[in-house]
Design a binder for this molecule. Structure first.
Ligand code: CUA
Length: 312
């Protein structure tokens, strides 16, 4: 853990150095210009103070000076913009080979589900050196998942999925916070991220977490049957409902003439609000499952749908 007097948290993810560097640059620019302006203010106040026998002169134009005070700030803010945009682009797009962990925020706890089954509360185990994508949503109000040592913070919003990714660069235990005021016990909505070596993580997956050994997808499959989805959705047929096998990640033509990508958000929405985006050629027959499945079950259903491969 970091020492109590360190200026910044540990740099424990691939983002940390880049974020710290731009942060120092912004602080340095601010401090430099604040000091420069304050010093000049005092200097000019003294140098040009009112004295007997000295009258003020009208100030003329100085094109060179005016060009400089436009050009120099322009160059500085463009450096900030391009530098920040490059970091943002890295931060915004999880690598293709990321491992997905599902997170649900709830007053006042964090719940995580690993694809192979383990679930945990206020604790997140991840392997070191592997990009991890968190697919997050909230059961109630807006929360925000914040891991200072990784320099990542992203809002967790009810009714939609948001993502954040990171790659831990060292093993250890790091703080996890909620960074959005979410009610009486917001300050207690904390936890820890346990970064383990890949082999320790594998061991943890086998025996760790609470709530079972079944994978998310197989839990989803059970739900799929118990909710009666299978009555219409025969995964590999399109007779009564659109074909589900191989659907994830594809572009889907809708009745409205638009196309959408079948990502997690689309699957979730189609379970809760089936009439929002109806597949071309089908009618709105499916009932809404709003109120019948919670966010954790939705994640299981979505995992099941993702796992359905097209028959060769
Ligand atoms: Cu959840 Cu603050």
């Amino acid at each position: 853990m970091s020492s109590p007097f360190s200026l910044l948290p540990e740099q424990a993810s691939t983002f940390a150095v880049g974020v710290d560097n731009i942060y120092f640059f912004l602080v340095a620019v601010s401090v430099f210009f604040t000091a420069l302006i304050a010093a000049l203010l005092i200097f000019f106040a003294v140098k040009y103070r009112r004295r007997p026998g000295v009258s003020s002169q009208p100030v003329g134009e100085d094109p060179l000076l005016e060009t400089l005070w436009l050009a120099i700030p322009f160059v500085i803010v463009m450096v900030m913009f391009v530098w920040g945009a490059v970091l943002y682009a890295q931060w915004a797009k999880p690598p293709q080979d990321s491992m997905t962990v599902y997170a649900v925020g709830k007053q006042w706890m964090w719940k995580f589900q690993h694809p192979t089954g383990p679930r945990e509360i206020n604790e997140l185990h991840v392997p070191v050196g592997v990009p991890v994508k968190l697919l997050m949503t909230s059961e109630d109000v807006i929360h925000s998942l914040y891991v200072p040592a990784f320099r990542v913070k992203t809002d967790v919003v009810p009714g939609r999925y948001s993502t954040v990714w990171f790659e831990a660069t060292q093993t250890g235990v790091f703080h996890l916070f909620c960074a959005e005021f979410c009610g009486s016990y917001h300050s207690q909505m904390t936890g820890r991220v346990v970064v383990q070596s890949p082999s320790d993580y594998e061991n943890w997956l086998v025996r760790g977490g609470t709530g079972g050994t079944a994978s998310l997808a197989s839990d989803g499959e059970q739900l799929f049957r118990s909710l009666g989805c299978a009555t219409c959705h025969v995964p590999d047929s399109e007779a009564r409902a659109p074909k589900l096998a191989g659907l994830f990640g594809k572009s889907v033509a809708l009745n409205s003439g638009r196309r959408v990508k079948a990502d997690e958000t689309y699957l979730r929405e189609s379970i809760l609000l089936p009439s929002a985006k109806v597949v071309q050629g089908y009618e709105t027959l499916m009932p809404s499952y709003q109120g019948q499945v919670n966010e954790e079950q939705l994640v299981q259903l979505v995992s099941y749908l993702k796992s359905l491969q097209e028959a060769p």
